[in-house]
Design a protein around this ligand. Sequence first.
Ligand SMILES: Cc1cc2nc3c(=O)[nH]c(=O)nc-3n(C[C@H](O)[C@H](O)[C@H](O)COP(=O)(O)OP(=O)(O)OC[C@H]3O[C@@H](n4cnc5c(N)ncnc54)[C@H](O)[C@@H]3O)c2cc1C
Length: 408
Amino acid sequence: MEATSVLISGAGIAGPALAHWLSRHGFVVTVVERASGVRPGGHAVDLRGVARDVAERMGIMPEVRRHQADERGFAFVDGRGRRTASMPVDAFGGEGIVADIEIMRGDLARILYDATRGYVEYVFGDRVTMLAQRADGVDVVFAGGSRRRFDIVVGADGVHSAVRGLAFGPDSEYVRHLGAYTAYFTVRDPGDLDNWFLMYNAPGGLVAGLRPERGGTAKASLTFTSPPLAYDRQDVSRQRDIVARKLAGAGWRVPEILRQLPDAPDFYFDEVSQVHVDRWWRGRVTLVGDAGYCGSPLAGLGTSMSLVGAYVLAGELAATPDDHEAAFARYQDEMRDYVAACVQLPPGGVSGFAPRSRFMISLRAFSMRMMTRWPMKRVMAAQFGKADAIVLKEYAAHGAENRTGSPG
Ligand SMILES: Cc1cc2nc3c(=O)[nH]c(=O)nc-3n(C[C@H](O)[C@H](O)[C@H](O)COP(=O)(O)OP(=O)(O)OC[C@H]3O[C@@H](n4cnc5c(N)ncnc54)[C@H](O)[C@@H]3O)c2cc1C
């Protein structure tokens, strides 16, 4: 029996995780990534609840722990750097704003790639430009000029998924702008973070964050509120200008952060948005991770949903490899409630994260101080507890013995 071939677009978090599970079930997997290598960058992402179980089952936890960010907690600061509210890691048993397992996104992407590169075909520096679905496969044209046929194609290419654009329709149908933009990049560690993730709000909906990491650097984030902007998503220097202009004049350490912006090697900029797709498949094409369901960095849990989604999608496909549509339907059924819980924004949404007035900034710090106390503590614990809103099925390695490409 011939192995089912799967093309995954995107080597972020969801793509390599799916490649792992599909290979384990005996599928032959190719991953195409637009960037020339695994993309570095991004802040710490957390592994919460069921996603941690998936990471355990993948066998990557020892590597994750080796790269784990050493953070003691999260604190709001004022313009002079004084803490106005704080939440230590253990405030919610390691499941609060800063979870007990936090890892830099770039490190996790690298770990997933290293774990799978031995048995997955990775093609960097290329992308899908055309998909034509046939009764017995999908004909794919790549920007580099090659043409190949796959049994199944999966979009794991993030919020602005090209696969979704080709098979489902334009971003405007699926991406909901939440009213803000964020940039992430690496800066020098100022030396006094003391392992705390610090966040500063300035009036006008401006937010700056600094997260410590190992090795003398820190991750900066800069956010501003704005209606949708027209800019070229491939024009990084224009994006740096937008961020510099919007944040100019904000206090605290923003001037120092902005000085390092032009040379940051891992600058990443995007709108704060959610992705909602009614039905996660069209024929032989489906979506995983941010491409199919994204709650935005405000809701968090994007990495968790990607890992869990990859596990479930691969397991369901393995259960009925000859009936992919039934498998895709079960994948969405299994994930539906979990995703619905995970994409819920925290109270206040963007205005809670980036308050516009001094009064609202003080009020937000006050509510943060209340979070660790009764009765708010119970409300917040429920908010953080949604990471467990799914029970993982056990999926046998169907057909792996008949197929090639399995990591065993
Ligand atoms: C550089 C970077 C930094 C990030 N930083 C943060 C952060 O600090 N905090 C946070 O909450 N979330 C961040 N995110 C988003 C976060 O990674 C996701 O929400 C979550 O982990 C889900 O992962 P994903 O694999 O679905 O998407 P992503 O991690 O976005 O990965 C998508 C991958 O697809 C690739 N890609 C895009 N278009 C194409 C194409 N046409 N063809 C082939 N490949 C394509 C991208 O280069 C990327 O490698 C970041 C994403 C990126 C790419």
